[in-house]
Design a protein around this ligand. Structure first.
Ligand code: CP
Ligand code: NVA
Length: 314
């Protein structure tokens, strides 16, 4: 069983995870969900453990799904807003990491800059899980893979088209997960907002191994043709307020609306990690329409968080 081999691991970026490890998390998430619906609401494999959530940014889904996941695994969660910790008064991350390691069994951290997660992980001797950084959002992408599997019955060969900000953190994780699982990932984005080069290269190299593909194009209508999934995220991510107007201007042609969904064809579902800004990256009609699976996506965060905690926490 793979269960043993992920124990103690950090989850900072999916670039650190092999395809079979990503598949193991998705399989476990699927089984967590099945067990939940067959009446096993509590699976106390982490009884007596404590999971700390260190959050430097707002969150609804990530915070609540991890806290409920911990509870349903028999563990306790501890929400620690960055501003309330001595961190905000200048206590070094490396000291915080070693102190928390003496009290809790894992840290889920949401940070403004990705290096803070790496610093936490370097000094903590418990698993550190990325609950979103400016670089990536691995726990979102893993959970989205479960949603795609449920809707499409497979992952390999699925055409996932991301429309919008090519430098988006959620997209970075979707690119890596998709490439490692043999999906065809197409990104429709303006020239100025391409994915980060190292992430893109990693995804392209893996897609070659798995029979998947990665393509970056400018025209959203060309990109979505025959899509299985049309995915978008906000144009202005948390922390990007200073460049908000410029991003809104260049991303205007990339709105996911009925016209774009029509161009995608009948089999396309609509996905969004949420929170969404209706009237910007997506219209009210599309997000509330019959092809939208955003509430399933949100629900699957819970089952996937349970899988991640159960597999990683010692
Ligand atoms: N999708 C997601 O991570 O949502 P929150 O910011 O609410 O956690
Ligand atoms: N790209 C968004 C995702 C929120 C879940 C942000 O970073 O704000």
């Amino acid at each position: 069983m793979v269960l043993y081999s992920l124990k103690g691991r950090d989850l900072l970026c999916l670039t650190d995870y092999a395809p079979w490890e990503i598949e193991a998390i998705i399989d476990t998430a699927k089984s967590m969900k099945e067990r939940f619906y067959s009446g096993e609401r509590v699976i106390p494999v982490l009884r007596g453990r404590t999971i700390a959530l260190v959050f430097e940014k707002h969150s609804t889904r990530t915070r609540v799904s991890f806290e409920v996941a911990a509870y349903q695994l028999g563990a306790q969660s501890l929400y620690l807003g960055w501003e309330q910790l001595q961190l905000a008064r200048g206590e070094p991350i490396k000291d915080t990491a070693r102190v928390l390691s003496r009290y809790v069994d894992a840290i889920v951290a949401r940070v403004k800059e990705h290096w803070k997660l790496e610093e936490l992980a370097r000094y903590a001797d418990i698993p550190v899980i990325n609950g979103l950084s400016d670089l990536s959002h691995p726990v979102q992408a893993l959970s989205d893979m479960l949603t795609i599997l449920e809707r499409k019955g497979r992952l390999k060969g699925v055409k996932l088209v991301f429309v919008g900000d090519g430098s988006d953190n959620v997209l970075h994780s979707l690119l890596v997960a998709g490439a490692k699982l043999g999906m065809h990932v197409v990104v429709a984005t303006p020239r100025q907002l391409r994915p980060r080069e190292d992430i893109l290269r990693h995804a392209i190299e893996w897609a070659r191994e798995t029979g998947g593909s990665v393509e970056i194009v400018e025209d959203p209508f060309e990109a979505v043709r025959d899509a299985d999934v049309v995915y978008t995220d906000v144009w202005v991510s948390m922390g990007q307020e200073a460049v908000a107007e410029e991003k809104r201007r260049i991303l205007r042609p990339y709105q996911v609306n009925e016209k774009l969904m029509d161009a995608a064809g009948d089999k396309a579902i609509f996905m969004h990690c949420l929170p969404a800004v209706r009237g910007e990256e997506v219209t009210e009609e599309v997000i509330e329409g019959s092809r939208s699976v955003v509430w399933d996506q949100a629900e699957n965060r819970l089952h996937t968080q349970k899988a991640i905690l159960a597999l990683l926490v010692r």
